[in-house]
Design a protein around this ligand. Structure first.
Ligand code: NAD
Ligand code: G3P
Length: 404
């Protein structure tokens, strides 16, 4: 296979010499894994401070989480565990809930506020008593000057339209959403959609972050991507960072967001390989080729994207975790096991019970960009994933293309 892609950088000796996770503390990990230029100081105010503040000073930041799915609920839990400890934030975290009626006849937002659990999208996990579920979007964002967007990407255009003129002028945003939109003028990342529609700055947070694992406080890392304002990035790091969720910041918003977005397409390919029972070597090959395509596609869209971003949590680490344990992988495995005879929509509804896949629609969006720009042949993996998803090719094509 000839991909005509740029040459790869040499492997980093830093990574090959890392001690085992099990032998070092998370503090040491931060020293080993982050280049000094990427470390974000916490200005003496860290989430390990034990003072619980109830002060309602107007100078404090108010946080609203827009979204309450699987990751949205975990994000609210993480943030709430910090706002209650850090003096620069109001304790309360509002979480916008796309309202639905549960089989019991109760409203989801009311059950969340009664039980402190998102019984549908994150059952069994207490969110923190300072998380308040709010079904009215306008009311949820009204007083916030820090907005955390975390919904499936396909709903964001509609949400942004509803928020025009409803948010505070000085608000800052961060997107945890892995996906993109394709418009007439070309691809539009979700952080750009937020900035364009709402007129506010938007950072991103991506990483190897399977929500259910972070919910039970298993150690993981994440990457904040920012454009220019490092102080804002530091504030987001303070808001998210905990002893089990280690966040660093890089000045490469497009690179970080494209990593999070494109890995979902590779995860679909990895799921096909699993469904066909092709084994670990094949899956590793798919991941390697996928990473190359992620990097090449990102750099063709934005020449500013940095090589080093692919070695952060948002890059290779997210690719690995999602190809091993993510929802995209799981549904694609079922699709291939059924020989492509059951649709992704059907499998998503059955397997995910209301949670949403991002990889299938992202594969379509990427394909649109590739075909519009005449790049299809440069990206055989991305192209083949979409053609399998829409039934134009059988699942076995995922390896056949690479042997031709
Ligand atoms: N779940 C994870 O492990 C994880 C981890 C990292 C990043 N992400 C990313 O975070 C984003 C959100 O994922 P999630 O896991 O929180 O969501 P999810 O997959 O659990 O999606 C369900 C959410 O979508 C909402 N919803 C359904 N229909 C809607 C509509 N018409 N309008 C608005 N909302 C609607 C539901 O109420 C629910 O809150 C995605 O881009 C995903 O890729 C997810
Ligand atoms: O479950 P997935 O496939 O949506 O992936 C979840 C996260 O993005 C992993 O970091």
């Amino acid at each position: 296979m000839n991909l005509h892609l740029p040459p790869q950088p040499p492997p980093s000796s830093l990574y090959s010499s890392l001690p085992s996770l099990f032998r070092i503390t998370t503090t040491l990990l931060s020293l080993f894994l982050m280049a000094p230029s990427e470390q974000v100081p916490l200005d003496g105010e860290t989430a390990s401070d034990s003072n619980v503040t109830l002060d309602e000073s107007p100078n404090k930041s108010r946080v609203t989480v827009v979204g309450s799915g699987n990751w949205g609920s975990v994000a609210a839990k993480l943030i709430a565990s910090n706002t209650i400890k850090l003096t620069s934030f109001h304790d309360e975290v509002r979480m916008w809930v796309f309202e639905e009626v549960l089989p019991s006849g109760e409203k989801l937002s009311e059950v969340i506020n009664k039980t402190n659990e998102n019984v549908k999208y994150l059952p069994g996990i207490k969110l923190g008593k300072n998380v308040v579920a709010v079904p009215d979007l306008e009311h949820a964002v009204r007083d916030a000057n820090m907005l955390v967007f975390v919904t499936p990407h396909q709903f964001m255009e509609g949400i942004c339209k509803r928020l025009i003129g409803k948010i505070r002028e000085n608000a800052e945003a961060i997107s945890l959403i892995k996906g993109m939109e394709v418009k007439m003028e070309g691809p539009c990342m979700i952080s750009s959609l937020i900035t364009q529609q709402l007129g506010i700055n938007c950072c991103v947070l991506m990483g190897a972050n399977i929500a259910n694992e972070i919910a039970v406080e298993k150690f993981s890392e994440a990457t904040v991507g920012y454009r220019e304002n490092r102080e804002i990035a530091e504030k987001w790091v303070r808001l998210f960072n905990t002893s089990y969720f280690m966040v660093s910041a890089v000045q490469d918003v497009e690179g970080v967001e494209l990593c999070g977005t494109l890995k979902n397409v590779v995860a679909i390919a990895a799921g096909f390989v699993d469904g066909l029972e092709m084994g670990n070597n094949t899956k590793a090959a798919i991941m390697r080729i996928g990473l190359r395509e992620m990097k090449a596609f990102s750099k063709l869209l934005f020449s500013s994207v940095k090589d080093s971003t692919f070695f952060e949590s948002c890059g290779v680490a997210d690719l690995i975790t999602t190809c091993l344990g993510g929802r995209n992988r799981k549904c694609a495995e079922a699709f291939a096991r059924n020989g492509g005879k059951r649709s992704f929509d059907e499998l998503e509804a059955e397997i995910l019970q209301g949670q949403k896949l991002q990889g299938v629609s992202t594969a379509k969006e990427v394909y649109e960009v590739l075909s519009h720009r005449g790049w299809l042949e440069l990206f055989p993996l991305f192209t083949t994933v979409h053609e399998i998803c829409i039934g134009r090719l059988p699942p076995t094509a995922i390896v056949e293309y690479s042997q031709s």
